[in-house]
Design a protein around this ligand. Sequence first.
Ligand code: ATP
Ligand code: MG
Ligand code: MG
Ligand code: MG
Length: 339
Amino acid sequence: MKKRILLLAGGQSGEHEVSLMSARSVLNALPRDRFDVTPVVISKQGRWLPPTETTKALETGKSAPGGDLVLHRAASAEGYDAVFPLLHGPMGEDGTIQGLMTLAGIPFVGSGVLGSAVSMDKVMTKQVLAAVGIPQVAWQLALRRDWQQNPQGVKDEAVKLGFPFFVKPANLGSSVGISKVHNEGEMDRAFELAFSLDRRVIVEAMTSHKPREVEVGILGNDAPIASPVGELSFDADFYDYETKYTEGVAQMHIPARIPGEVAENIRELALKAFKALDCAGLARVDFFYVAETGEVLLNEVNTMPGFTTTSMYPKLFEAAGLSYGELVARLVELALEKR
Ligand code: ATP
Ligand code: MG
Ligand code: MG
Ligand code: MG
């Protein structure tokens, strides 16, 4: 029997457009003989769009306001075998939708409430991973209230990490709102931007040299497997939004051009992180490899990574022998097994 899948896309975060791109790929690639897929685009205002509006949003990459309230439509999601919440960022990748699906009793692809919420928040992730001994850069937490009441205090703390450092909204992705701060003059703008997007901001020391950016895919629930390690190279100061999403700017290398024992270490650390964070289904774990010193530092865990046919996560498993269609089918199976 065909599995009925509800594919959620768009969403309220700064990664709305990225999600629409991923959803378009999944829709086109899902084997029709095995899956009956209904897409629903969630507008930036958080409303679930009806079929015609959903189709229009997927075709144009932009969605109109309107639609139903989330809770109203969640009840009608009961007719589906599984939900694929292909949503990135807050209100999608952070446990909120996962909580709704859990309450409604509908299986869904990916991590549950705990794994999603902790992995979405870069500070929480760092705290949990530090507790299990995973190497990371030095960092600080700053709250919007600290910034509003005592900006100089926040800046005085940050400079202790040394220039350059990174200022990031704690709960976002696709490099939205991230600045690399090279000097005192760049601080105000970086913090204003990050605090305009999140109450919680993480300030991170930069790696000792420009890092090599390596990523691993994890697939499974309580007995997860790791993909080969992939690498991204680009000619930019850091892997910002433009570099990520302008075609031809970044190059993907699978396998990563790193020593075999380093790749093995990275895969083990990724599995350890996945388990420590209580992730399920899938995650892409991002690392920095500092070739000059041999350091491997875990950067972050993405519980709903970019999912176009040319995105890193599906490409990593393709290299391991799993086609895009087979990968999506496996994710749905894992969603059903999780219950
Ligand atoms: P994603 O789209 O993968 O979810 P994100 O928005 O969560 O990304 P990060 O991965 O935290 O953002 O950072 C984006 C990029 O900024 C990194 O890929 C890297 O190029 C650079 N970067 C971030 N933090 C550091 C750091 N501490 N040292 C060096 N480079 C960094
Ligand atoms: Mg991320
Ligand atoms: Mg992300
Ligand atoms: Mg990243």
